[in-house]
Design a protein around this ligand. Structure first.
Ligand code: AMP
Ligand code: MG
Length: 326
């Protein structure tokens, strides 16, 4: 325990000194910097090679500390906060002048959330500023859900990785904002739309892929392995195709397919019982594993289209080099 505390103190020292620290959250590992220091924030963009027009989410310890960074906190925001924070819900709110330009890429709203991970909450409690923290991976690549993913991808660029074990939820946060009075989901994620609808008492609109794209995180290609990736409902047809061409195939499926074995170099079944939360927790780790094997092609089966399955499919479709269903 003493050692853990020391690590957190070390993390604070680096962050105070405007250096980067990788932090655990329940969604994915974040690459954190002091959220009020443009000098520190620039280091995030450099390390990730992130386009400067891709805004950052600010992470806070509690709702009281969010207040100075936004222009108002409505009753509806407090209701959502009570139900979902700490947790994987990010709110897009009109920003105050305290928010550095680089955080929002010049946009009028700032993205805020309270993450649900004991170590990061302990760290935030020691700080008198929020942490900006996008996923701790090179821009456009698969998000990290374990310390070893961060080590492999960015280990030489950051002084400290705070080890908090594997991420519990495994998919990025749901991003919610308002257009006029209408709640809009800009990114599906760890909190399913159905749960938000229950709390708000009305259906949020889902921002469509065909609408103007605001940021790279919402662009159609992201979260992508280096290996050619096919995302499909019908894996058997694709397995046959690559089998006939003698290709080395990796398969990520959501359930066991008895007929599938013959043509697969490596298969990962995400959940034998069809448990959506388990699938979300494991999907990025499975992609990291298969992407490091030098295979010819990855075939990934889409998740059932309900609850967090919708967020998983959103990420899968963006990760695909060939998307057969969309
Ligand atoms: P991540 O890289 O997972 O931390 O997510 C950051 C994503 O949140 C960005 O790529 C945007 O899609 C979204 N985001 C963050 N801040 C804003 C903002 N001010 N306006 C619109 N979208 C935002
Ligand atoms: Mg990211």
């Amino acid at each position: 325990m003493a050692q853990i505390t020391k690590k957190i103190e070390l993390a604070k020292a680096f962050l105070d000194a405007e250096e980067l620290v990788a932090i655990p959250t329940e969604t994915v590992y974040g690459l954190a910097a002091k959220g009020v220091s443009t000098k520190a924030l620039k280091k995030i963009f450099e390390a990730k090679e992130r386009p400067i027009n891709n805004p950052l989410i600010l992470h806070f310890k509690d709702i009281k500390s969010i207040a100075p960074f936004v222009s108002e906190l409505t009753e509806e925001i407090h209701t959502l906060a009570e139900h979902f924070w700490p947790g994987p819900l990010t709110l897009l709110l009109p920003k105050s002048s305290q928010v550095p330009e680089i955080v929002t890429a010049g946009l009028e709203r700032v993205a805020v959330r309270i993450p649900n991970h004991s170590k990061t909450l302990e760290l935030l409690a020691l700080l008198d500023y929020p942490l900006a923290a996008p996923s701790a991976n090179p821009s456009g690549y698969i998000s990290p859900t374990r310390p070893k993913h961060v080590e492999r991808l960015l280990g030489n660029k950051i002084p400290l990785i705070l080890d908090g074990g594997p991420c519990d939820s495994g998919i990025e946060s749901t991003i919610l904002g308002w257009e006029g009075n209408t709640p809009v989901i800009y990114r599906q994620g760890g909190i399913p739309m159905e749960d938000i609808e229950k709390v708000l008492g009305r259906k949020p609109r889902i921002h469509q892929k065909s609408e103007v794209l605001h940021t790279p995180g919402m662009s159609l290609s992201h979260y992508a392995p280096n290996t050619k990736t096919i995302v499909t409902k019908d894996i058997l047809e694709h397995l046959q195709h690559y089998h006939d061409r003698d290709q080395k195939v990796g398969l990520i499926s959501f359930q066991k397919h008895p007929m599938a074995q013959k043509s697969i170099a490596k298969e990962i079944v995400l959940s034998k019982d069809g448990d959506l939360e388990e699938m979300a927790r494991k999907i990025y780790d499975a992609m990291h594993q298969l992407d490091s094997l030098g295979l010819d092609v990855l075939i990934i089966e889409t998740a059932p289209e309900k609850g967090i399955g919708n967020a998983i499919n959103d990420r899968l479709y963006r990760s695909a080099s060939i998307n057969k269903d969309n």
